[in-house]
Design a protein around this ligand. Structure first.
Ligand code: SAH
Length: 266
């Protein structure tokens, strides 16, 4: 099941607001940043030119996110952009003397994901001048992306990408555990694993690696090794197959010797 379908709330509750954007390519890139992270509500406050979302550069930079561009709404004021929202975050590269509380992108994302009553807007500034103080002061928090202190101004769409990513992860997690490696098959049962150890032990004896007189801790060490790997049923079958192949010629040789002995004896 698609994770997004199980927890749609933040994806429906979060709006991206771009104030006085001057490059249509940036609008396209923001649309792409939003769509890659599952967001879709884009509002433009007084973009520098008319019809910027329809310009070639915007469409090219949006790549497969043209639906977000096409649905973007243009408004004439920040008040109109925030209509229906009860929380606004000013996203700014600059800290100011008078500003709402400064919150990190991650803490903001967690707050927005946890509190389903929040209908929030992330408000981004213009490429050259950032956000005017008047807009920052209307917002509940100021979000500063912790960046290189001597060069901390990200491209507008890259800043949007960072925020969109944090919000996605806060809403639904990152979908991968640190130990997961690609596709996972069914986990092997305990009995299957025990059977594999029996096969393995037989094979190791058969090839002369395990001396039954002096087994030392070989099997215990191998068991500990495998216990760290979360064996899958398919993998256990492969290992048992290998063990069988190794012991088969020896087993056949033994059977043959027994046969010779029996025919000679009787
Ligand atoms: N020269 C402008 C920066 C404009 S970058 C200034 O001094 O504010 C365009 C927009 O990207 C910013 O208005 C802000 O919304 C976002 N942005 C860029 N870098 C950021 C950072 N380090 N932290 C938060 N937002 C950032």
């Amino acid at each position: 099941m698609n994770l997004q379908q199980t927890n749609t709330s933040l994806f429906k509750r979060l709006r991206f607001v771009l104030v006085e954007t001057s490059r249509s390519g940036n609008i396209g890139s923001v649309a792409r940043a939003m769509k890659t992270m599952g967001f879709s509500d884009l509002v433009l406050v007084n973009p520098r030119f008319a019809n910027m979302p329809q310009q070639d550069e915007a469409i090219a930079f949006a790549s497969g996110a043209q639906d977000i561009l096409a649905a973007a709404r243009e408004v004439g004021s920040i008040e109109d952009a925030l209509e229906g929202c009860n929380f606004a975050a000013a996203i700014s590269a600059r800290l100011r003397e008078f500003s709402p509380p400064i919150v990190s992108p991650r803490n903001l994302a967690n707050q927005l994901a946890e509190d389903c009553s929040l209908h929030a807007a992330l408000v981004f500034g213009n490429e050259r001048f950032g956000l005017p103080n008047g807009i920052v002061e209307k917002c509940n928090v100021l979000i500063n992306i912790p960046a290189n202190p001597i060069y901390s101004s990200l491209n507008l769409a890259q800043a949007a990408q960072v925020l969109a990513y944090e919000c996605r992860v806060a809403a639904i997690g990152d979908g991968v555990s640190d130990t997961s490696i690609g596709f996972h098959g069914a986990a092997a049962g305990i009995a299957e694993i025990e059977g594999m150890y029996v096969h393995l032990e037989q094979a190791l004896k058969a090839i002369g690696f395990l001396n039954p007189e002096q087994p030392k801790k070989l099997m215990s060490r191998l068991k500990r090794l495998f216990s760290r790997t979360q064996l899958e049923a398919e993998e256990v079958n492969i290992l048992r197959g290998i063990a069988k192949k190794n012991s088969r010629p020896v087993a056949a040789a033994r059977l043959y010797a027994l046969f010779i002995y029996c025919t000679w004896y009787f």
